[in-house]
Every structure is written in structure tokens, then in C-alpha cells.
Design a binder for this molecule. Structure first.
Ligand SMILES: Nc1nc2c(ncn2[C@@H]2O[C@H](COP(=O)(O)OP(=O)(O)OP(=O)(O)O)[C@@H](O)[C@H]2O)c(=O)[nH]1
Ligand SMILES: [Mg+2]
Length: 370
């Protein structure tokens, strides 16, 4: 095969054999293989390596912009654990008049006691607030296979013989979703590269459908304010939930603080004694201390006891900024720390809470999901 017409089956990039350090490199000896993948995909697959590449946001935006000129069905994927951080801004602009299905992925991470109808309604509402009117909202787990049959039925109904584009910000699980579809439909010899790190898929990947149309995987757009872009790969592993979240409850008095590893701090400033329930990755260490000691505790233990970020990486983390959150006592509320999780308050009594999080990480309140 000529390298100039070959693309990597793992990430979609054009294959080249000249420059080892540039995207798409594969040695000449590899070009004869039936399923051709680039060296970077090979390393991610076999050694679980992280492989940053130089691609600009423009490269990715150009691919998305092209969708507006097609007549297709667009499937936008969001990460249910980081809805805020994984929202693809400007989507209506990219897709032109094409219909949109909204998929909430990683439902396997949500705690058992969550009401999925409520989650669906909430997403529908949030989408509307952001100017998007999806035909419907479907909750799935690409990793576990939950909801995939339903999704395929919906795609089948809405597609009307058109192509399908899977879009979303980086790391929401687009490629995992396509692999799941391929796997469930017997095309297991094809596998797109996936990884826990953002920026895995590099170009459009076409998967032909039976009727001559195709499903396309696309590279994720980067949201710079996602916490995943501020930490090292090891720390990203340490803060990413890998199993269903077990809520952790703390009965707090005003004047107490909680550290979520070394990534955020929650100060209970005013209010009556009440429970704070944390929904974060199970493996994260939570440290309770007196508010008046919290600055000192952080200074002393950031990167050691309070980690991730671990060791030197603690110095690289953007400095904490403060966010004041007022809970009015009129019903359950969540304080969301984008990418890290959320703190649920019952909202039976008012509370004044200050959250410290790395600069750039968005912090906000929403109606309680649970
Ligand atoms: N818990 C959970 N993790 C998932 C699920 N789907 C994907 N992931 C994980 O999310 C990470 C990113 O998955 P990818 O499929 O590479 O994401 P992507 O959207 O294709 O990312 P880019 O190619 O960078 O845009 C991987 O670590 C996946 O294992 C899911 O349903 N549940
Ligand atoms: Mg991908």
C-alpha cells in the first residue's frame, strides 16, 4: 500500500514514514499490514502510553465545521460525570440544520440511587439553556454496553438513510462508543484507539454501514478549562472515577473544611450543622480539618498527604481561586466542581460555602441530581 493513501485505523490520521516525531508515523515495514495503525496508536494500545501530538484546535474545528455542509444525523456525546466540562460549545453553529441526538455517556459511574429520568430531564433542560434542541436524550455506558440497543434503535429511526457523525469534546468516550457498536454488530476486527487521556482520535474515521452510508468518529474538541488538561497523566488517572461512585458523607459544622486530595477545598463558612455528601472518584483521599487551619495544612501537605497532584506536580497546578456558593435552604442542591465531581447538600437549612479550586476549573451550583 502507498503510504499517501493510507490512514491510521486507530486514530484517523494520514500515515507517513518520513518523520518519526510527527503525527501518523509508521515504519515502512508496517505499511503492508491489513489493518494499518500508526506508531502512536500502537503504543497506546500495547503499552498504555500517553502520546501528546501537535494538533491545533483549528484542525479539529475544521473537521466539525465540515458537518454543516453534509446532510446527516449528529450524535453529540457528553460525559455525565462532567457535564459542564464536557459540553461542546457552539455545536448548533457547526452542524447547520442537521438533527441532533444527545447522548449522556458513562452512566455506569452514577450512584445507584440516582433517578435516571431526572437526569434525562435535567440534561434536556441544560441543553435548552445552552441553545441546543436535541431530538432526544439517551443515557448510555459505552464501556459497559448499557443503553446501546436503545441508542441504535433511536439512530435507526432518526437517520432516514443519512450518514451519522459522533461528536463531542475530547475524552467523553466517542471512540469507545463506536467500538462498542462495532463489537455488538460483529465487526470486531476493527478497533479505534481509545485512552484515558484527552486527544486520542486525530482525524475523522469512517465506518461504512450496510446501506452504503457511514458512521464517522471525530476528534474531540479541547475545552481548556477541563481539569484533565491541568494535571499530569498519573494525576488524571488518580482523579478519574473508574467504578460506580460511592457517595461519602460528612457531618460538618460551620468552621470546618474538606480537602478533595490536593485538587479542591470546601469551606463550610456559615450555617447549622448539616451533611455534605461528596460524589467524587472513590479512590480520592478526603481530608477534614478546621477552616482556620486549612491554609497551613495545604501549604504543608500539598503534593504529599493532599494528593493528587503528587509531588512536584502540585507546584504546576494553577493556584486556587475562591468561589462563594450560597445554599438557600429551599431544597437539595449540588455544588459542582467541573471534572472532579460534586457535593450534595440537602438544602433543608441555608449554608454559605466557599470552594477553592484551581484557576480555570468551573465551580457552580445546580438543583440536586439525587
Ligand atoms: N466509566 C466509563 N468510562 C468510559 C466510558 N466510555 C469511555 N470511557 C473512558 O473514557 C476515556 C476516553 O474514551 P475515548 O473513547 O478515548 O474518548 P474520545 O471521546 O474518543 O476521546 P478523543 O478521541 O480524545 O476525542 C477512556 O479511558 C475510556 O475508557 C463509559 O461508558 N464509562
Ligand atoms: Mg476518540
Amino acid at each position: 500500500m502507498n503510504e499517501h493513501d493510507a490512514i491510521c485505523a486507530g486514530c484517523g490520521i494520514q500515515i507517513q514514514s518520513e518523520e518519526k516525531t510527527k503525527p501518523g508515523f509508521a515504519p515502512k515495514s508496517a505499511l503492508e499490514r491489513d489493518v494499518l495503525i500508526c506508531q502512536r496508536c500502537f503504543r497506546i494500545k500495547h503499552y498504555n502510553e500517553v502520546a501528546p501530538v501537535e494538533m491545533s484546535d483549528d484542525d479539529f474545528l475544521r473537521i466539525l465545521n465540515g458537518i454543516g455542509d453534509t446532510d446527516s444525523l449528529v450524535v453529540m456525546v457528553v460525559d455525565l460525570f462532567d457535564f459542564q466540562g464536557s459540553w461542546l460549545r457552539g455545536l448548533p453553529r457547526f452542524v447547520g440544520g442537521n438533527p441532533i441526538l444527545l447522548v449522556g455517556n458513562k452512566v455506569d459511574l452514577l450512584p445507584r440511587n440516582i433517578n435516571l429520568n431526572r437526569v434525562r430531564n435535567w440534561i434536556q433542560h441544560e441543553a435548552k439553556e445552552r441553545g441546543l434542541k436535541p431530538e432526544e436524550v439517551i443515557l448510555v455506558s459505552a464501556a459497559k454496553g448499557t443503553g446501546i440497543d436503545e441508542l441504535l434503535t433511536r439512530i435507526g429511526k432518526r437517520r432516514h438513510g443519512k450518514d451519522v457523525y459522533i461528536v463531542g469534546v475530547t475524552n467523553v468516550g466517542k471512540s469507545t462508543l463506536i467500538n462498542r457498536i462495532l463489537h455488538d454488530y460483529g465487526a470486531a476486527d476493527m478497533e479505534i484507539t481509545t485512552s484515558p487521556f484527552p486527544g486520542t482520535t486525530l482525524d475523522k474515521i469512517e465506518i461504512p454501514l450496510e446501506d452504503g452510508r457511514s458512521i464517522y468518529d471525530t476528534p474531540g474538541i479541547i475545552n481548556r478549562d477541563q481539569i484533565g488538561h491541568m494535571v499530569t497523566p498519573e494525576d488524571l488517572r488518580a482523579l478519574t472515577p473508574t467504578a460506580r461512585i460511592n457517595p461519602k458523607g460528612y457531618q460538618l459544622n460551620a468552621g470546618q473544611s474538606l480537602f478533595i486530595g490536593g485538587l479542591a477545598r470546601i469551606d463550610f463558612v456559615h450555617g447549622e450543622h448539616q451533611p455534605f455528601v461528596l460524589y467524587v472518584a472513590n479512590q480520592l483521599y478526603i481530608h477534614r480539618t478546621k477552616l482556620e487551619n486549612a491554609d497551613e495544612v495545604l501549604a504543608k501537605h500539598h503534593g504529599t498527604l493532599l494528593m493528587p497532584p503528587s509531588g512536584e506536580a502540585a507546584k504546576q497546578l494553577p493556584a486556587f481561586t475562591k468561589h462563594t456558593c450560597k445554599i438557600d435552604g429551599k431544597g437539595p442542591m449540588d455544588i459542582v466542581i467541573s471534572g472532579l465531581g460534586w457535593v450534595a447538600l440537602q438544602g433543608k437549612k441555608p449554608a454559605s460555602v466557599v470552594v477553592h479550586a484551581p484557576k480555570g476549573v468551573s465551580v457552580g451550583i445546580r438543583k440536586g441530581l439525587i
